[in-house]
Write a protein that binds this ligand. Sequence first.
Ligand code: B82
Length: 322
Amino acid sequence: MYNTGIMAVECYAPERAVTNDDLAKLVDTSDEWIYSRTGIKSRHVSTGENTSQMCIKVAERLLEKTGVKPEELDLIIVATITPDFATPSTACLVQGAIGADNAAAFDVSAACSGFIYSLSIADKFIKAGEYKKALVIGAETLSKYVDWQDRTTCVLFGDGAGGAIVEARERGGIIADVLHAKGSDGMKLTGCEKKVRNFLSSPEPDRHYFIMDGKAIFNFATKVIPQSINIITQKSGVSLDDVKYIVPHQANYRIIEFAARKLKLPIEKFYINIDRYGNTSAASIAIALGEMSNEGLLQRGDKVILTGFGAGLTWGSMLIEW
Ligand code: B82
């Protein structure tokens, strides 16, 4: 049975950066208020690019970096909660655009855990033996769901994409993973409700914005991150001392700080870029990995733990030997 190795990671974000000061001109807020509660300074916001277009940029960068030809890809998975369309899937749009004619393609909806869910799915396809190379992308245009008049949520989210090409390998790569969900708490963090439109009733307008019970999901996140990381160390037998970086979903600096304290780990062990991207949901871990790789932080043999948590509610962690 094969392992699933990471060939390369890449990321992309729209050029337009919106700072906290820019937002303070729109709603009653301030840089100090936003930064002290979230760790966010700025976020990238699309001025027209849709999710699939950002995915295609990431895919092209990955194909160039690895030298893999599009027709060598067996599988394309895009993790997103902000697809261009309900159908065709974002993954199919990518498959068509890059000419990956031999790849199966589908989207995964697991919010901020989506990239870990998708890597885990790709790992299972590869372990089953028939698939050798997969393109896995996390991408979001969360600005589509932002209520620019709601000062409590409009400051939190950003747009961007990141991804990986993974391949069947003899050893290393994805060593262990764990995925969880708790649908019974799902209404604590919702976005883009799609109402039924009966032909006789007058349609209510969709409330397509994010609505969150901040305190409840904050408590959820700080509870499940240490739990799922501990499961990974138990499953793999790898000690946290031997892990170079933990790459968490970038939802809020305070969540990461809390989790680090509970795990008795220095905050420096966590890769954090929320200051420049805000919360990009399924894209956040993938963007972080892309940046880390391009900064030379990820060397062959390094052990890295990814940890995601988000709407659904969903959460999960994964240990990768680079
Ligand atoms: S908050 O509720 O306003 N808060 C915590 C009490 C401020 C420190 C808040 C803010 Br601001 C931003 C994010 C969260 C949060 O808990 N986010 C999440 C938690 C679990 C899963 C996903 C997320 C997410 O935002 O993606 C709370």
